[in-house]
Design a protein around this ligand. Structure first.
Ligand code: FAQ
Length: 330
């Protein structure tokens, strides 16, 4: 049984024998690959873990519009502007599906936003880095969406139905995003020496932050063991990071770009790449709010929330009026 398997690596994960009957029945459903739906009984920890992960994922999609949105007016051609605009709109849509999925767990969108603005909820570390050149838009599509797909394809099999179904739609769009990023990189490496240099500079700056997207190493991951036992996560952070490196290094080779890792080498025995240690100090500093763009991103979200206050108030007033009219007619 999966739950017992996880116990050997994860402290605090109960085995089936240690569970009360209701919790045991719940775990057995998960072990049998039956989806959990909003009205089903679930342990409070399962609900909280999902709210945390899904809302943080939703916030990431929304905050993730900012670094790319920055380039919409500066994209080099009309076609590139249209593609980038569509991509950024897709990210907004992903955020909305995910907020809706989290709402099925009894948390409102306003509460989730308040948690983001108060610093209680996180969003992905990757969006705290600046987009300095057009090549960064290529690198985001190729590396950031590439890492996002690697992480999100297994989430399509998440045990919670609404999250799993949202991920199926999102993954379809993410693969277009990854292709458009790679296409930008292809154009740049085939261009002038300056353009190729710009592409190399972008991979130099985005490579390590992309590896950080998968989260802390397995030994430091707080939630993995329980999340895997609950079928929320299917793979550990390090497993997915390794898969991403194995998939992406040949793509960099094809582009003629150098991955900025002196320790990167093919390991014949393991059939995958050995790679250097992520700078975990940098990762945790970004999580604490000390990344290059944390303050700017949060200021943008706060401004959007404040600017929308009149609209939210208007909607509520309209809903109240409508309700009063319906009640008066009854
Ligand atoms: N950044 O115990 P674990 C995208 C936090 S979407 C910030 O391993 P878990 C699309 C973690 O929350 C990108 N915080 O946690 C796009 C926890 O803190 P907490 C977002 C991070 O949840 C592309 C603590 O560290 N994707 O890119 C990060 O089991 C282009 C301990 O970590 C998702 O959210 C990080 N990188 O595993 C959009 C996917 N890593 O909550 C626009 C869904 C870890 O206790 C443009 N999420 N932390 O305060 C997941 O798969 C998981 O939540 C992980 C982390 C794998 C991110």
């Amino acid at each position: 049984m999966y739950a017992q398997m996880v116990k050997s690596t994860g402290e605090g994960v109960k085995s089936l024998d240690e569970m009360e009957p209701q919790e045991r029945a719940f775990q057995e459903r998960i072990n049998a690959d039956v989806k959990i739906e909003p009205k089903d009984w679930m342990p409070e920890g399962y609900r909280k873990t999902l709210v945390r992960q899904i809302s943080q994922h939703a916030h990431s999609e929304i905050v993730g519009q900012l670094p790319e949105g920055n380039w919409i007016t500066r994209a080099p051609t009309l076609e590139r502007k249209m593609i980038l605009l569509a991509k950024v709109q897709d990210e907004a849509g992903h955020g909305l599906y995910l907020y809706c999925a989290a709402e099925t767990l009894g948390v409102s969108r306003d509460e989730m936003t308040e948690q983001l603005l108060s610093g209680k909820a996180k969003y992905s570390s990757i969006f705290n880095y600046p987009t300095l050149t057009w090549a960064d838009i290529g690198a985001i599509g190729w590396l950031v969406d590439g890492a996002a797909i690697m992480n999100q394809v297994p989430l399509q099999r998440c045990s919670y139905g609404p999250y799993s179904r949202a991920m199926i739609r999102i993954c379809k769009e993410e693969s277009f995003h990854q292709r458009q990023g790679y296409d930008i990189m292809m154009k740049l490496v085939k261009g002038t020496p300056e353009q190729k240099e710009m592409a190399q500079d972008a991979i130099n700056r985005w490579w390590w932050p992309s590896l950080m997207m998968f989260g802390p190493s397995d030994t430091d991951s707080v939630h993995s063991a329980q999340s895997m036992a609950w079928g929320i996560k299917q793979n550990s952070n390090d497993e997915l990071r390794q898969k991403f490196v194995d998939q992406t290094v040949p793509q960099a080779d094809y582009l003629g770009l150098k991955v900025p890792d002196p320790d990167l080498r093919w390991n014949e025995e393991r059939g995958s790449y050995d790679f250097g240690e992520v700078d975990w100090n940098e990762f945790y500093e970004v999580l604490k709010g000390n990344g290059p763009c944390n303050a700017e991103r949060m200021a943008a979200r706060r401004k959007a929330w404040d600017d929308g206050a009149w609209f939210r108030e208007g909607l509520m007033a309209h809903a109240r009026k409508k309700e009063t009219r319906i009640m008066a007619a009854e």
